[in-house]
Write a protein that binds this ligand. Sequence first.
Ligand SMILES: CC(=O)CC(=O)SCCNC(=O)CCNC(=O)[C@H](O)C(C)(C)COP(=O)(O)OP(=O)(O)OC[C@H]1O[C@@H](n2cnc3c(N)ncnc32)[C@H](O)[C@@H]1OP(=O)(O)O
Ligand SMILES: NC(=O)C1=CN([C@@H]2O[C@H](COP(=O)(O)OP(=O)(O)OC[C@H]3O[C@@H](n4cnc5c(N)ncnc54)[C@H](OP(=O)(O)O)[C@@H]3O)[C@@H](O)[C@H]2O)C=CC1
Length: 292
Amino acid sequence: MTSVKSVGVIGAGQMGSGIAHVFAQAGYDVVLHDISDEQIANAMSSIEKNLTRQAVKGVIDQGADSAALTRIKTTNLLDGIGQCDLVIEAASESQAIKKEIFAALKGVLKTGAILASNTSSISITGLAAATEHPDHFIGIHFMNPAPVMKLVEVIRGIATSKETFETTKDVIASLGKIMAVSEDFPAFIVNRVLMPMINEAIYTLYEGVGSVEGIDTGMKLGANHPMGPLELADFIGLDICLAIMQVLYEGLADSKYRPCPLLVKYVEAGWLGRKTGRGFYDYSGDIPVPTR
Ligand SMILES: CC(=O)CC(=O)SCCNC(=O)CCNC(=O)[C@H](O)C(C)(C)COP(=O)(O)OP(=O)(O)OC[C@H]1O[C@@H](n2cnc3c(N)ncnc32)[C@H](O)[C@@H]1OP(=O)(O)O
Ligand SMILES: NC(=O)C1=CN([C@@H]2O[C@H](COP(=O)(O)OP(=O)(O)OC[C@H]3O[C@@H](n4cnc5c(N)ncnc54)[C@H](OP(=O)(O)O)[C@@H]3O)[C@@H](O)[C@H]2O)C=CC1
């Protein structure tokens, strides 16, 4: 264990719930916050399901699942995370929403607390500027699904202190995760490489080069990816994919990052992937069915 004992998580979506799961499993006291009580209830039920599955499969000890679950408290008020040593923001991928949250956190966090963002793409330096203590701010980017993926990207903003970085390194090591350090450029390392590949897969569909099934089977069996790019896009969330492409396009001012119009159209339609039941696949039945 590090000097950090308690962790607040803001946003109980797929990443917030995965991050809460990981910290509780590693013995930290966790407070999970969301503005929506329904989202909190969904998050707790998916954490319980995933912990139980890990216990049944022997990935964690019998009883460790219920012990981890009791370490997670929930709140719909930001004040509820005021006493945490480390707070990780995992709300929607929107600079405006994140900055609003950081403004509301002013005067709420205890002295010396580290504030981190799980952002997939947004400038850590820019987000830090909206916080009370930019030196205590850092990017801690978990991969999805957080309980399974080994990597955590760490991104320092221009004002991030050495102490904040060192504590972050210790915390990540205590979770049994491997850290990759990225400089603070649009979408960092993993999404700088991954997201243009997903966007290109959507162009490949848009231009009629292949079907959803053809593209995903091609990349699964032809490049040994665990999921096809369109299946992965649905898994990540098409809103998140579009937001990342927009940050790359605007931040690097290069047309090669232009979001595919079909991706824009799907997001406009509210077809955001697995989380809304429809994206490149239809998830309403037992088996996902390609939509094109
Ligand atoms: C967008 C960003 O900012 C950054 C990102 O995250 S990019 C996305 C990065 N993630 C990926 O690329 C994921 C690619 N996909 C995969 O690696 C795999 O398909 C997967 C691990 C998600 C699922 O693997 P699978 O073999 O198809 O399914 P499944 O057998 O159900 O699961 C594999 C293991 O993960 C576990 N698992 C899956 N989801 C889980 C979850 N949410 N919580 C806990 N455990 C989970 C399963 O219990 C299973 O455990 P065992 O190996 O011990 O049996
Ligand atoms: N999806 C992925 O594969 C990955 C995502 N990320 C990053 O993690 C973050 C979260 O992504 P993800 O979990 O997928 O997104 P989700 O859409 O699943 O979850 C976001 C959650 O934040 C909530 N929220 C919105 N505004 C606020 C607020 N003001 N205060 C508290 N909670 C709020 C949303 O509530 P409501 O639904 O009611 O709006 C929702 O519950 C993003 O920055 C994303 O880029 C990082 C790695 C991987």
